[in-house]
Design a protein around this ligand. Structure first.
Ligand code: ATP
Ligand code: MG
Length: 461
């Protein structure tokens, strides 16, 4: 204790230049037998994560928890470490003192009294309290979330069933059109840092993405990449298992903050009567029947109603193979803020896949492949390309020949009217631009097995 005080005075002399310092003590155990102090634990995590810890003279302790990818550090007993926040200098000391009589008492349990002491200049107290302490809590919560197990939930009779979520898809493993990954990541970053902005503007802190495009173009993989990027849990909502609007609301209330709520194949999940039909029904006195069903109004409220903001920082993602089949009310900004087209394989996408799967950045066959892909009347999904590349991963020459052959099937039948056009989605400007327009397959639900290759001429909208 005396050493601690002495250090504190020395610290004052060195840095204070006449200004007096303040101390805040964060004890491990809250006063009055209230149990463990959450802030103490958070400070421990925060202090262990400080970059300055690696350059400091202070002694650290190192841990690797079971299944954890990274090593974590903590400050050794009675050591100090400096930090700065918003231009303000602070220091933390971890004090561990043996309790009097505690050490000899076998019934006393833990004999040490632990605390962190925060020191700063009095003149900086407006910045430290509470902004810096809030910052400490937030950073430590983020660190714990990133290092902890994440979950994938699916609904079953009104409850969420959980499984561990460990999908390996990331923005690096995905092959997307030029600039698309950067635009999506920038949007996610802005969302993640936008708490004050959303609240100041009276908006619920949530964001909606519509992913649309043919089967096998990476929609589900992109959902996993988004969840991994944000370190969020995923709630996979199966609408066919939701019996009515009340159940939908109850499921929504059970979801946690910092999560992605997904509805896949929204166009074919259930037949949702639209709002006009619902109004007609209520005029005709069929209210009770209506309230016992899942309706479009129910879904609209789920995404953007009063209850949709009951948990903060949430991302809604809907996917579809047929955007035009979705009610425009569901697609408006505020519900689906960004519409992202995932389409057939372009040369840019192919190059990324060749790099990921075969480890090649260039190859003599690339020029021919680029020309063929541009001129070809055949559209090939990234899933089909992935399958060829995986099958021939040890033999790049064969892989590239097979990819070439896949695009060459109808190359002679190019009809000028069917040359791919640039797709621009008005809701997001150039956001979803793709060199190939999304052409609807006429046999959509054989998608997973069959239309890996489809002729541009044969599958016009
Ligand atoms: N853009 C892509 N980049 C890398 N791999 C991809 C891409 N698109 C598809 N794949 C691969 O193809 C497989 C199928 O992709 P995914 O399930 O994401 O497609 P989808 O668009 O969700 O299809 P569906 O509409 O049938 O659900 C995955 O294993 C994935 O690895
Ligand atoms: Mg999918």
């Amino acid at each position: 204790q005396y050493i601690d005080r002495g250090l504190s005075m020395l610290w004052d002399r060195l840095f204070r230049c006449g200004d007096s310092s303040m101390e805040i003590q964060v004890d491990e155990k809250a006063a009055g037998n209230r149990g463990l102090n959450e802030l103490y634990r958070q400070v421990g995590v925060y202090v262990g994560s400080l970059r300055s810890a690696l350059n400091t003279q202070a002694r650290l302790k190192a841990y690797r928890w079971v299944d954890a990818a990274a090593i974590s550090f903590s400050l050794h007993d009675n050591e100090s470490i400096d930090d700065s926040f918003d231009g303000v200098h602070v220091s933390w000391t971890h004090s561990v003192m043996e309790k009097e009589n505690g050490g000899n008492n076998p019934y006393c349990g833990d004999s040490a009294q632990r605390s962190f002491t925060l020191r700063f200049f009095k003149r900086d107290r407006e910045i430290i309290l509470p902004a810096y302490l809030d910052h400490v809590s937030k950073v430590s919560a983020d660190i714990e979330r990133k290092s902890s197990q994440r979950f994938l939930y699916t609904n079953n009779y009104g409850n969420w069933e959980e499984a561990s979520f460990s999908h390996p898809s990331t923005f690096d493993s995905l092959a997307l059109d030029s600039g698309m990954a950067e635009r999506i990541k920038a949007d996610l970053d802005a969302f993640s840092n936008g708490k004050t902005f959303y609240h100041r503007n009276g908006r619920a802190w949530k964001r909606g993405y519509l992913l649309y495009g043919p089967p096998g173009t990476g929609k589900s993989s992109l959902i996993a990449a988004i969840a991994n990027y944000m370190q969020f849990d995923v709630y996979d909502l199966e609408l066919t298992k939701v019996s009515d609007n009340a159940e939908l609301k109850s499921l929504l209330i059970q979801t946690s903050a910092k999560s992605v709520i997904v509805v896949e194949d929204i166009d074919c999940s259930v037949k949702l009567s639209n709002r006009d039909e619902a109004d007609e029904d209520s005029k005709e006195g069929r209210d009770s029947q209506q309230s016992s069903k899942l309706t479009l109004s129910g879904l609209l409220n789920f995404v953007d109603g009063l209850w949709s903001c009951c948990g903060e920082e949430r991302i809604f993602i809907f996917t579809t193979n047929f955007k035009e089949r979705i009610d425009p009310a569901l697609l408006r900004p505020g519900r689906m803020d960004m519409h992202i087209l995932l389409s057939y394989c372009t040369f840019h996408v192919f190059k990324k896949m060749a790099n990921n799967y075969l480890g090649i950045q260039d190859h003599p066959k690339f020029l021919e492949l680029q020309e063929t892909m541009t001129k070809s009347s055949v559209q090939v999904t990234p899933a089909a390309i992935a399958e060829i590349l995986i099958r021939n991963q040890d033999c790049p020459d064969v892989a590239l020949s097979e990819v070439l052959a896949a695009f060459q099937t109808h190359v002679d039948n190019v009809d000028d009217e069917n040359i791919p056009t640039k797709h621009v989605d008005p809701t997001v400007g150039d956001e979803t631009a793709s060199k190939v327009s999304h052409r609807k397959s006429k046999i959509p639900y054989l998608g997973r097995v069959m239309p890996f290759f489809c002729s541009k001429g044969k599958h016009q909208d």
